[in-house]
Design a protein around this ligand. Structure first.
Ligand code: TRP
Length: 336
């Protein structure tokens, strides 16, 4: 196996939603098919330990996220599709990197700072209350995911940009201290991903619980779309597509021409009921076929497992010899 031209992971907490699709899954599916690119896509199940303490949910989420990726057309033969926890080299590298990561660098991580701020605002005596070492050193595990495969480009949401900066810092530190083994990865931010809004108009996210699941039944998808908040403008009044959740979702799925045409209809007045119905039909048409495949896959977890096992073998063709090289360069090696 070659090192990664593209690499990204999805944390296995929760059920895959429309935001995951436009942000991570759809672009990954595209690059996964390119015979000239080596792309690595994985289920970040060790990352999920940080937020979720329910084993059943973790397992179910891994199954659903893997099934979603495959059902939406990930070319798992051409790319490398695996589960983080099947690659023992990743936690090994995590420790090596942990020992050269400045604690001060981790103190500045947004997720950690937000947790501390929350404690302070709620006048808790210990500003670190409820914060585990997992949350604190999360960026080091993410750096290991990326550096283990010497990834050149890492497509992520805006909220992950800082983690990529930290990864570059950590890689540069290793290169300087020991041997120049790591490529400094570049972040690739998908702008549409950043703006897909959820039911309440805020960013669609598991943490806000405002998401629309990708593969609910047709009936429930329709019901969810009908629930999206709109303003109280009457059916014929001109409307602003730029501030409308329905439009932002439509735009993330439609072609540019279709989105332009819809924006015109907004300006000349479109009833919310009609827009909602059209949005539902548009998304449903795209999801119909994959939904069928998804339902089949979820019923046959053994098939998914077999795909992931093959992916792990491919991934380790790179990670095992590379970790050996890393270990030699730091003097963890055979004595003879
Ligand atoms: N932290 C990422 C997220 O929550 C998921 C992730 C874990 C990841 N490891 C990664 C993304 C490595 C890109 C590369 O979205």
């Amino acid at each position: 196996m070659k090192n990664a031209d593209f690499l990204t992971g999805i944390t296995t907490s929760g059920t895959p939603h429309l935001g995951n699709y436009v942000g991570a899954i759809r672009p990954a599916v595209e690059t996964s098919k390119d015979p000239d690119l080596t792309s690595y896509y994985f289920l970040a199940d060790y990352h999920s330990l940080i937020k979720n303490h329910d084993p059943k949910k973790r397992k179910q989420s891994a199954l659903e996220i893997a099934a979603a990726w495959i059902a939406l057309g990930l070319d798992y033969e051409n790319c490398v599709f695996y589960r983080q926890s099947d690659i023992p080299e990743i936690p090994e590298l995590t420790w090596i990197l942990t020992c050269l990561t400045a604690k001060g660098l981790m103190n500045r991580a947004h997720a950690y700072k937000a947790a501390v701020q929350d404690n302070e605002e709620n006048s808790r005596k210990d500003p670190d209350k409820g914060i585990t070492m997992g949350l604190f050193s999360y960026p080091v595990l993410m750096a290991a995911d990326i550096l283990m495969f010497n990834a050149r480009k890492v497509p992520v949401g805006k909220d992950q940009v800082q983690h990529l900066e930290m990864t570059r810092d950590i890689a540069a530190r290793f290169n300087h201290l020991y041997k120049k083994l790591f490529i400094l990865p570049e972040v690739v931010v998908d702008e549409t991903a950043a703006v897909l809004s959820g039911l309440d108009g805020r960013k669609m996210s598991k943490s806000y619980n405002n998401f629309i699941p990708l593969f609910d039944t047709e009936k429930r998808l329709r019901k969810m779309i009908m629930k999206i908040q709109t303003n109280s403008l009457g059916p014929d009044e001109p409307k602003d597509p730029g501030t409308c959740t329905l439009f932002s979702i439509y735009k993330a799925f439609a072609t540019e021409q279709e989105a332009d045409a819809m924006a015109d209809r907004y300006r000349s007045g479109i009833a919310w009921g009609i827009m909602k119905q059209e949005l539902f039909e548009y998304i449903n048409e795209i999801l119909k076929e994959p939904r069928g495949r998804y339902e089949e896959l979820v019923k046959n977890p053994g098939d998914i497992e077999a795909i992931l096992m093959k992916g792990a073998v491919k991934a380790r063709e790179f990670s095992a010899p590379f970790l050996d090289k890393i270990k030699k360069s730091i003097g963890i090696q055979s004595l003879s």
